[in-house]
Design a protein around this ligand. Structure first.
Ligand SMILES: [Zn+2]
Ligand SMILES: [Zn+2]
Length: 97
């Protein structure tokens, strides 16, 4: 049973392999077919990035969460909390700064 490829949007995306804008986001839906007539989707399929150039497919269902931005500032060497530059002692753990 071949999954049906449903375009998510028409936006071209850069293929991680080719480096060209030849990839598209598609959803792979598995249809329960009877006599080759698609009846209904069994489940909503995975979102994949499919490249027509190299045929590569990359799973996009669980995109990597962007890393938490670390607030900049002086930090306590003991508890790693942000401290005021003027503080002589850490207000969190009492570590002398
Ligand atoms: Zn490619
Ligand atoms: Zn501390």
């Amino acid at each position: 049973m071949q999954p049906k490829k449903v375009p998510v949007d028409g936006q071209a995306r850069t293929c991680p392999q080719c480096g060209l804008a030849t990839a598209r986001l598609v959803r792979l839906d598995n249809y329960l077919s009877l006599f080759f007539i698609p009846l209904f989707p069994i489940k909503k399929g995975r979102i994949v990035l499919a490249c027509k150039q190299c045929g590569g497919v990359w799973d996009q269902t669980t995109p990597a969460a962007p890393p938490e931005p670390r607030p900049i500032g002086p930090r306590c060497p003991n508890c790693d909390q942000i401290v005021e530059p003027s503080h002589r002692f850490c207000p969190h753990c009492g570590q002398r700064l």
